[in-house]
Design a protein around this ligand. Sequence first.
Ligand SMILES: [Zn+2]
Length: 215
Amino acid sequence: MSHAPCPLCGQSDTEPYHADALRSYHCCSRCGFVHVPSPFHLSAEAERGEYDRHHNAVGDPGYRRFLGRLATPLAERVPPPATGLDFGCGPGPALAAMLREAGYTVAVFDPFYAPQNAVLATGYDFITATEVVEHLARPGAELRRLVGLLRSGGRLGIMTKLVIDRERFSGWHYIRDPTHIGFFSRATFAWWAAAEGLGLEFVDDDVIFLRRLPA
Ligand SMILES: [Zn+2]
């Protein structure tokens, strides 16, 4: 008996998918999203403590290379100058700094480190969310809100590691992070993009672009 509705699509029927010493994981029979039920979520305080410990420096070349895997394909699709939002920028907004250097105008938002709600009210040519969606307790509502901030034709660039199958999931390092509570597969992104009427492109193993299609 499961009372863990899918936080992406809202479907009530989710199946136990995996369990480890600390948490259980449920998979949605409709969209395939895998989530950790809310009783296993960290408190906001404990969550912030984890982020404070994992601070990525703006100037760190390795981290910049990592972010470049999203920034480079973004520039091919939405060349500067253009206006964007880095959602979930974290304590050191490295991607925003890189994008500004490249000629973009970039606002930042983060529920812990940059909680200015005013930036969630304007139109953007692009929005980036790197290593963010796996932390969201309500990914369906949050992603829909972000897409709603895009101008027609605008792109939402997401970086998150994808579920391959159940066997790999059980040994996956990505689920060991207690702040990671939701996991997409390619099929889940395809389901969600179709349901929301969005364009979808996989540009790297863990880089996904959603596009708000012109009406
Ligand atoms: Zn679902």
